[in-house]
Design a protein around this ligand. Structure first.
Ligand SMILES: NC(=O)c1ccc[n+]([C@@H]2O[C@H](COP(=O)([O-])OP(=O)(O)OC[C@H]3O[C@@H](n4cnc5c(N)ncnc54)[C@H](O)[C@@H]3O)[C@@H](O)[C@H]2O)c1
Length: 270
């Protein structure tokens, strides 16, 4: 479904991003695998290459100045082509009631979940527009290029003790809807996927109230909270990373070429 397409996927060293890189590659895409952690980033690339796919690593923090251009330059250099698909996936959550939320944590959430995706979209837009213009000048219909942003049901519906995370994910949904209106003319579709609980290190159960932090990053949920959320989920379970990647592929595929400005909930009905 993605034969000949070039995709940049952030946070592709683990979890949903890793599964998406793998699936995109198996569907024919050449993938720029971006992650802040070099070992999982390289592992994703190695696995794709061993399966006969095309991938190149781009190690770095999506918040670094110049990261967006670095990812784009990596794609252009490695695959001698433009960029057809962006998946803004790198991110993490954090819990805390509104009166416990520090300015720095509020800022961190907006930076990683909203500002970094905005910067990558802003940087890739001239290249995607130019590709569309060249195709039009050659008398062809422009390729339907795709931008897919990863949101959360916290952003779509709100979530207890998650004001900063939920706000940052609600903001990416607003960005998605507006940019879809900016770029539709160039046959660029912009959508978001709003995930419920997907089984990754972010959603793994942790003993009662012993939430593991890496800096201010939260790497799991209290088991009690997780069980409560699963209980509220009509399908009665967490999703797999393969199911999450499948939804992203669906939006990236030609079957979704008339879908733009939408937020698709992939949450088992939650
Ligand atoms: N797992 C869930 O239940 C769930 C639910 C809703 C939304 N999400 C969203 O899905 C996305 C992926 O989460 P996941 O569950 O796969 O997490 P994960 O921790 O398994 O994977 C995220 C990857 O992003 C990378 N990353 C983090 N910060 C980065 C940075 N500054 N620069 C570059 N790379 C960075 C990490 O190193 C990691 O490899 C996030 O945006 C998250 O908010 C996850």
């Amino acid at each position: 479904m993605l034969k000949g397409r070039v995709a940049i996927i952030t946070g592709a060293g683990r979890g949903i991003g890793q599964a998406t890189a793998d699936l995109f590659s198996r569907q024919g895409a050449s993938v720029v695998v971006c992650d802040i952690d070099s070992t999982p980033c390289q592992d994703t690339v190695t696995s794709i290459l061993e399966q006969g796919g095309m991938a190149v690593p781009c190690v770095g923090d999506v918040l670094e100045d110049g990261f967006a251009q670095k990812a784009i330059d990596t794609a252009v250099k490695a695959f001698e082509s433009g960029v057809d698909i962006i998946v803004n996936n790198a991110g993490y959550g954090g819990k805390g009631f509104v009166d416990e939320t520090s300015d720095s944590f509020w800022g961190n959430m907006l930076d990683i979940n909203t500002t970094a995706p905005f910067r990558l979209i802003r940087a890739v837009t001239p290249l995607m527009k130019q590709s569309a213009k060249s195709e039009l000048e050659a008398g062809k219909t422009p390729v339907c290029r795709k931008i897919i942003n990863v949101s959360s049901i916290a952003g779509t519906d709100g979530l207890v003790a998650s004001a900063a995370y939920a706000t940052s994910k609600a903001a990416i949904e607003g960005l998605t809807r507006s940019v879809a209106k900016d770029l539709g003319h160039f046959n660029i579709c912009v959508n978001a996927v709003s995930f419920g609980l997907i089984k990754t290190r972010l959603s793994r159960p942790i003993e009662a109230n012993k939430v593991e932090h890496v800096g201010e990053k939260v790497m799991g949920f209290p088991a009690k909270f997780l069980n409560h959320m699963v209980g509220l989920t009509p399908l009665g379970r967490v999703g797999t990373v393969e199911e999450a990647a499948g939804a992203i592929l669906m939006l990236a595929s030609p079957y979704a070429d008339f879908i733009t400005g939408q937020v698709l909930k992939v949450s088992g009905g939650l």
